[in-house]
Ligand binder design. Structure first.
Ligand SMILES: Cc1cc2nc3c(=O)[nH]c(=O)nc-3n(C[C@H](O)[C@H](O)[C@H](O)COP(=O)(O)O)c2cc1C
Ligand code: SF4
Ligand code: SF4
Length: 259
């Protein structure tokens, strides 16, 4: 999957030293080649080669590093992480297709165990209104089975009709369900996506209730592609919000052991 252009390779050896699985080997003429048996496709040899001799044909073209558009001010990054919030008041205005694609890009860039890249995304948009009552119903069944009366009351309120608070989706009408074959890969993708939603000025909500309801319902499991091998790592409700925050929310100090 990795090709090395020998006319561009200077034999500097950086890719060879950096490869986690020693998949780069030396040719007799001092240039390098990739041993496909060992390569797990992480792409680091493409990213690290000073002359651009390495390539992974069939995948997207790499973006060349440019400090102006790649470097982040750590304080700004931390502030963005502090200021992102769970949104429980969606306006009903949907995220655009382009914004949803940015969220998927953020998700697929997250690291994955052994570069498995097994994370799957179901963008529930067009079919959201068909699924909304089904997820609510599964949520109600889950609440009932677990004797969670207050949670079940949420369902009764939802059934009471328009004007009642929607305490599952909070007025949202788009949701991205994230599955993976290796935990915690989907969770890492979700964290990227939530931060991207914040950067796009969108609201986002990890909806654990929807995720658990889906996990417990055979029909919904099938709809979202959950199998014995593939688990549901989370659901992110996204969309516009009119809600404004004026400051960060207080948090506990880091529960850290310095040893
Ligand atoms: C995995 C996960 C599942 C969550 N599920 C729900 C949910 O079903 N409903 C909800 O209102 N909030 C849900 N939340 C939001 C948390 O309550 C929220 O993150 C927490 O109170 C901190 O607030 P903040 O996100 O604004 O910092 C969930 C958060 C996480 C991380
Ligand atoms: S980093 Fe690039 S130039 Fe250096 S050995 Fe590897 S392929 Fe050749
Ligand atoms: S893609 Fe990763 S594993 Fe494969 S040769 Fe390059 S650095 Fe090594």
């Amino acid at each position: 999957m990795v090709e090395i252009n020998s006319s561009l390779c200077t034999g500097c050896g950086i890719c060879k030293e950096n490869c986690a699985v020693h998949a780069i080997v030396l040719n007799e003429d001092g240039t390098c080649r990739c041993n496909k048996t060992w390569c797990f496709g992480c792409g680091q040899c493409v990213a690290v080669c000073p002359t651009g001799a390495t390539a992974m044909p069939g995948l997207e073209a790499p973006v060349e590093f440019d400090p102006a558009s790649f470097e982040l001010d750590p304080r700004v990054l931390l502030n963005a992480m502090r200021f992102r919030r769970s949104i429980r008041r969606f306006s009903g205005e949907k995220a655009s297709r382009k914004e949803l694609e940015m969220l998927l890009d953020a998700g697929r860039c997250a690291p994955t165990s052994s570069n498995s890249q097994s994370v799957g995304f179901t963008v529930l948009d067009r079919e959201f209104e068909t699924l909304r009552p089904k997820i609510w119903k599964a949520f109600a069944r889950m609440a009932q089975e677990n004797g969670r009366k207050l949670l079940y009351r949420r369902y009764e309120n939802y059934l009471a009709g328009p004007g009642q608070p929607d305490t599952l989706f909070y007025g949202g009408n788009q949701m991205i369900a994230v599955t993976s074959e290796v935990r915690p890969d989907g969770g890492l993708a979700l964290a990227n996506m939530e931060l991207m939603a914040h950067a796009l000025g969108l609201g986002a909500l990890y909806c654990g209730f929807a995720a658990r309801a889906i996990e417990g319902d055979p029909e919904l499991r099938e709809y979202f592609g959950i199998t014995e091998k593939r688990s549901l790592d989370g659901c992110l409700v996204v969309g516009h919000t009119g809600l404004k925050f004026y400051r960060t929310a207080p948090r506990n100090p880091a529960r850290a052991a310095w040893q």
